[in-house]
Design a protein around this ligand. Structure first.
Ligand code: ADP
Ligand code: ASP
Ligand code: MG
Length: 412
């Protein structure tokens, strides 16, 4: 029997009515002759509430217990979905990560899936189960503790199951009807893309477009999973939604595919560190060990053998970064005058594989921001993207301005 993976995000299972509507979609696919693996998220807002409770209990919380608490939202939805399917005479069973088992690394709060053995689910399917309802976002470590896969991790659960069970398709049902040129909540003129290349989606996701978790796109690319993003609120046809696919499948495209943003960035500056070989390793080694995701890095001009080092990281990692750098300073591994955290910045990026062969994208971007009087604080580039840090208060304006500057409302 061909297998289909259907993933329902938080808003698509926000209450019992929505779960019922999702269950009807699932029943429709059963009638098409599929064996179905459903991945569910926690009900909308639930994970945020759980994270808040953890942080309120303990600012520098224990990651293992964070995972124990925060993974629980998905379990509620999985059980409710199975019960809803039972009412519709569908043979369904809920599965928590450890029951499958979804084996992950031991990196709590941000674990990676290593393996999904098929035996348990295959046996259940052969005994008559029509739908396996899996709690997304969670797995089990080598030490038999519950892990979570990072925010938005249910997307990754879905793609990993699609790869393990060689699913014909992996459909991601969400609250928008596909991937847009930018977040449609910010730019009214955002245009839905019928197709987007894996590489572009990967960049957009890693630069903040939360419609898909970055790791899910990586896995889809590696295992050639047919990944589709579509709305759980609208009727969909075979041509609906957005297909994330290989570059070769896309006939026409713009130089810039989309604009992504990440609102909660912090710009950290170490004032007056010794400018000597090994200093970068001495700073960024401990940061990486304590789980800080450093993104942009700028080393300033040095004077009298001392320099300023600037880097960016998500605002919720500022505390960890400060603690880790203080520890390195106390141990004598690094020496700096002080650490300045600017938590009022945001990152805006333009992404497109067309940049490989077209010059002038950076100039257009900087000119457009200048035209609105938006100051650029840090810049980084790669082959297919340009990112800038700006004041957070200009974020919406910057996204809309860049969308207009690259005429993304028009099809390529
Ligand atoms: P779910 O709960 O279904 O996983 P998410 O909130 O994680 O949904 O992701 C969907 C949201 O992603 C949309 O509501 C939209 O605001 C946001 N988003 C950001 N960038 C984009 C984009 N380029 N295209 C579509 N949606 C985007
Ligand atoms: N519930 C988790 C989150 O909100 C995982 C997910 O929805 O993908 O991050
Ligand atoms: Mg999501």
């Amino acid at each position: 029997m061909p297998c289909l993976v259907m993933k329902f995000g938080g808003t698509s299972v926000a209450d019992l009515d929505r779960i019922q509507r999702a269950a009807e979609r699932i029943k429709h696919e059963i009638a098409q002759g599929y064996q179905i693996i459903v991945i569910v998220s926690a009900m909308s807002g639930k994970t945020n509430e759980l994270v808040k409770w953890v942080k309120e209990t303990s600012a520098l919380y224990d990651d293992l217990e964070y995972d124990a608490v925060v993974s629980s939202g998905e379990n509620v939805t999985a059980g409710l979905m199975a019960l809803t399917l039972h009412k519709m005479k569908v043979s369904a069973r809920s599965w928590q990560g450890w029951q499958v088992p979804v084996r992950t690394t031991d990196t709590h709060t941000n674990a990676r899936i290593e393996e999904i053995p098929r035996e348990n689910l295959d046996r259940a399917f052969s005994e008559g189960m029509q739908v396996a309802v899996i709690s997304g976002f969670q797995g089990i470590s080598s030490k038999a503790r519950i892990t979570t896969l990072g925010r938005g991790g249910s997307d990754t659960t879905a793609v990993a199951f699609a790869a393990a069970f060689k699913a014909e398709r992996c459909d991601i049902f969400t609250d928008v009807d596909g991937v847009y040129t930018t977040d449609p909540r910010i730019a009214g003129s955002a245009r839905k893309l019928n197709k987007i290349a894996f590489e572009e989606m990967l960049e957009l996701a890693s630069l903040g477009a939360k419609v898909l978790q970055t790791r899910s796109v990586e896995l889809a690319m590696r295992y050639n999973v047919r990944l589709r993003v579509l709305s759980s609120f609208e009727e969909t046809s075979d041509r609906g939604g957005t297909l994330v696919c290989a570059e070769e499948e896309i006939m026409e495209s713009n130089v810039v595919a989309g604009v992504a943003y990440s609102r909660d960035e912090a710009k950290m500056t170490l004032i007056s560190v010794a400018d000597r070989p090994g200093i970068a390793a001495a700073i960024f080694g401990p940061l990486s060990k304590s789980g800080v995701n450093v993104d942009m890095i700028v080393q300033n001009i040095s004077e009298d053998g001392r320099t300023d080092m600037t880097f960016s990281c998500p605002t919720d990692q500022v505390l960890r970064a400060e603690k880790s750098l203080q520890t390195a300073k106390d141990s004598g591994a690094i020496n700096y005058h002080n650490l300045v955290a600017d938590e009022t910045v945001a990152k805006v990026s333009v992404v497109g594989i067309g940049m490989r062969s077209h010059a002038g994208v950076a100039a257009t971007m900087f000119e457009a921001l200048h035209g609105e009087g938006i100051n650029i604080k840090v810049i980084t580039t790669s082959e297919i993207k340009i990112s800038v840090l700006i004041d957070r208060k200009y974020l919406e304006l910057a996204v809309q301005t860049l969308h207009d500057a690259f005429e993304l409302e028009k099809a390529g």
